[in-house]
Design a protein around this ligand. Structure first.
Ligand code: SF4
Length: 207
């Protein structure tokens, strides 16, 4: 796009808000969310398709983003999500947030080289653009979105690559949740190590 975005001095920011993490390991925990614009993965069931085109989101300087976090965040955690944040260089953002003593979490498909320094990485692999092999050793949480029975095979494929300490989640894709949930329950009961993640923020109708 331009030199400032390539070097991570500005980022296309789709939205930022203080809320409660709705899913995964930190479900129920207050956190400030930065939703970065731009995603080239193209999941057809994506619930944030507006994030895909980075050009429709304002380029905001990292200094301004961090000022906004300091002003609006009432927790110690910042979650960087997308879109696909790793399309951009994340070092400047994570360094400045760490200087302000925030814990910085990443939500990623892993389809781009990892940049930035993270306190927690949630990897959610997508079939359109599978993760790069280099990310698996860094991952704290593996979250597989389950739409159909083949996604259990997909889940086991990625489980082989993450560390033993990595927390493993199966999460129903929202639009088919009622249909797929019984299969997820059955799978978790029969296969050690997996847990269920629900998008509780959607049930609670919060961002
Ligand atoms: S990786 Fe995430 S943001 Fe990108 S298309 Fe898939 S679900 Fe949407």
């Amino acid at each position: 796009m331009n030199a400032n975005i390539d070097s991570g001095i500005e980022l296309p920011l789709m939205e930022s808000f203080f809320t409660i993490q709705g899913e995964g390991f930190y479900s129920g925990t207050p956190a400030y969310f930065l939703r970065i614009g731009g995603c080239d993965v193209g999941c057809y069931w994506c619930d944030v398709k507006d994030s895909w085109d980075p050009k429709i989101h304002p380029l905001i300087s990292i200094d301004e983003i961090v000022n906004r976090v300091c002003y609006e965040n009432h927790s110690n955690t910042v979650v960087v999500t997308g879109g696909e944040p790793l399309m951009w260089d994340m070092y400047t953002l994570t360094n400045l947030l760490h200087n302000k003593k925030y814990l910085v979490h990443l939500e990623t498909s892993g389809s781009h080289k990892i940049t930035g320094v993270w306190d927690w990485i949630c990897l959610s692999p997508k079939k359109n653009e599978p993760p790069l092999k280099t990310i698996y050793s860094e991952v704290n949480e593996l979250k597989i979105i389950v739409r159909n029975s083949d996604d259990f095979r997909w889940a086991e494929t990625h489980r082989k690559f993450v560390s033993k300490k990595c927390v493993l989640y199966l999460q129903p894709e929202w639009s088919v949740r009622d249909k797929i949930m019984p299969k997820i329950v059955d799978y978790v009961l029969k296969n050690n190590g997996w847990k269920i993640s629900l998008q509780t923020h959607k049930y609670l109708n919060i961002p």
